[in-house]
Design a protein around this ligand. Structure first.
Ligand code: G1P
Length: 295
């Protein structure tokens, strides 16, 4: 029996240099897609996938993230006194249970592998999920957002899981890339991986798209892994080492993933998430038509 995935790590220490000046004083994870912070969309995805404990690896100037997942006494009191029950209930539904969040700081931007390693004591000796909050997802035909599909694959294969997505060959150098081994359709065995391969050298077009389920044996490896691409401690390098001892499987997520860390991706996410909302789509579509012509 595969162990249940109860905890998820959200590395949220990044500086957001791709969307300056928006992120000068606001953490990039708090920018809104429709009416929810990007990070809240990721937490929603994790919750839907059964995650019970949310571990945020933050950094300086990110304290507002902690406030977002706490009670907001004055606001809640005012909403209640003014009879704004709908708004109050929505806030309460989003509030994580007491003790269900942990915050730790990555003191220096040493890379994603280092950020995940910072969560080692909070995770302990159990498999866990990682969600990169730049990436937000909408459900596909198979049901569920990306992490739910990853956990389903974890239960099936009982190995480490990486969500992948196919991109154009000229874009592979910006990502981690996996090699495809035995193929099972929705999932496949990962036979190799490389972080940010130079143009023209990627082993496939399947990029690592920001959702992982990992065994805790990754932690002692991350403690020792050397700096890799970009001079950073890379999660991909740690996983590559772990793959010498344990199985890794790719999940072809059949929904849509948006990279909100880029300006175009962020705008596209806002359009897609607005169109996915029954209460917003009709009015939004009218406005869109005025801007871009008939759709
Ligand atoms: C990170 C990972 C990379 C992955 C990417 C997805 O890179 O290291 O493997 O493909 O996220 O967004 P970063 O975006 O931090 O450079």
């Amino acid at each position: 029996m595969a162990k249940r995935i109860r905890k998820a790590v959200f590395p949220v220490a990044g500086l957001g240099t791709r969307v300056l000046p928006a992120t000068k004083s606001i953490p990039k994870e708090m920018l809104t897609v429709v009416d929810r912070p990007v990070l809240q969309h990721c937490v929603d995805e994790a919750r839907e996938a059964g995650i019970e404990h949310f571990v945020f690896v933050t950094g300086r100037n990110k304290a507002v993230i902690e406030d977002h997942f706490d009670m907001a006494y004055e606001l809640e009191d005012t909403l209640q006194r003014r009879g704004k029950k709908k708004e109050y209930d929505a806030l309460m539904a989003d509030l994580p249970a007491a003790g269900a969040t942990s915050f730790t700081r990555q003191q220096a931007p040493l890379g994603l592998g280092h950020a995940v390693w910072c969560a080692r004591d909070i995770i302990g000796d159990e498999p866990f999920a990682v969600l990169l909050p730049d990436m937000i997802t909408l459900p596909g035909q198979r049901g569920g957002r990306c992490l739910a599909q990853c956990i389903e694959a974890y239960e099936k294969h009982q190995g480490n899981i990486i969500a992948v997505e196919e991109v154009a060959p000229q874009d592979t150098h910006m990502y981690g890339v996996v090699s495809v081994g035995a193929d099972f359709g929705h999932t496949f065995e990962i036979s190799g991986m490389v972080e940010k391969p130079p143009q023209g050298t990627a082993p496939s077009n399947f990029i690592i798209s920001g959702r992982y389920v990992l065994e805790p044996q990754i932690f002692p490896i991350l403690e020792r892994v050397e700096k890799g691409a970009g001079g950073e401690i890379q999660l991909t390098d740690g996983m590559k080492k772990l793959a010498e001892a344990q199985g890794f499987f790719g999940v072809r997520f059949d929904g849509k993933t948006y990279d909100t860390g880029s300006k175009v991706g962020f705008l596209a996410a806002n359009v897609a998430f607005a169109m996915a909302r029954d209460d917003i789509r009709p009015g939004f579509l009218e406005e869109l038509k005025k801007i871009v012509g008939p759709l």
